[in-house]
Design a protein around this ligand. Structure first.
Ligand code: ZN
Length: 203
């Protein structure tokens, strides 16, 4: 299975990183070894002094597809979950300055927290799903799928131009504003609407 991630997909977050708004979805990938499931603790890797949380809605592909028209993209996913795209921001800035790829800062072990999934029909409107991240009980990030620059259907259409989508592939759809560093001892809880999807500690 493949893990796709979309960068700079919320205007306020793109601005907090001083990025220009993208004209098309910014795509990167993580390997399956990045997944962190079942509320397992996240261990801050020793190569970074600044790992940021990025809470994101995650959609799961349920059909094989390639060259998918945006109009039909809704047929290719049926489940939604919540995740964190952990990012070694200090490493990312070093890589970006040199124009190098992002894998070291984005795709390391444990960098893709993932919850259980629920049927996407659990929510009446996929374009109005609110979610948030609490760190030690304080809301640090909150977002709404309606604020994505590129919605999930457009993302699927774009991804499928380049990659054959397979059952079980995951799509992290980008983070809203409010990213910040995590510290040892932090407790991270993620919610879609008012339902807790993950709850784990940083070690
Ligand atoms: Zn992200």
């Amino acid at each position: 299975m493949k893990i796709f991630c979309i960068g700079h997909n919320y205007e306020a977050h793109a601005k907090e990183l001083k990025n220009l708004l993208p004209a098309e979805p910014v795509i990167f990938m993580k390997p399956d070894t990045a997944l962190l499931r079942n509320n397992a603790p996240f261990y801050i890797p020793n190569f970074s002094g600044e790992v940021h949380h990025e809470v994101e809605l995650v959609f799961r592909i349920n059909r094989l597809g390639k060259g998918i028209n945006e109009k039909f993209a809704h047929r290719y996913y049926n489940e939604i979950g919540l995740g964190i795209d952990f990012t070694a921001r200090d490493i990312q800035y070093q890589l970006m300055q040199k124009g190098l790829p992002w894998e070291k800062c984005k795709a390391f072990d444990g960098s893709a927290v993932i919850s259980e999934f629920v049927d996407v029909n659990h929510y009446s409107n996929p374009n109005a799903i609110s979610f948030r991240l609490e760190v030690n009980g304080d809301v640090r990030q909150h977002g709404n799928s309606g604020d994505m620059l590129f919605g999930v259907d457009r993302i699927i259409s774009e991804l499928s131009k380049y990659f054959t989508l397979k059952i079980g592939d995951l799509i992290y759809t980008g983070t809203p504003a409010g990213i910040g560093a995590v510290a040892i001892g932090d407790r991270l809880k993620g919610f879609i609407e008012d339902e807790c999807f993950f709850d784990f500690v940083v070690k």
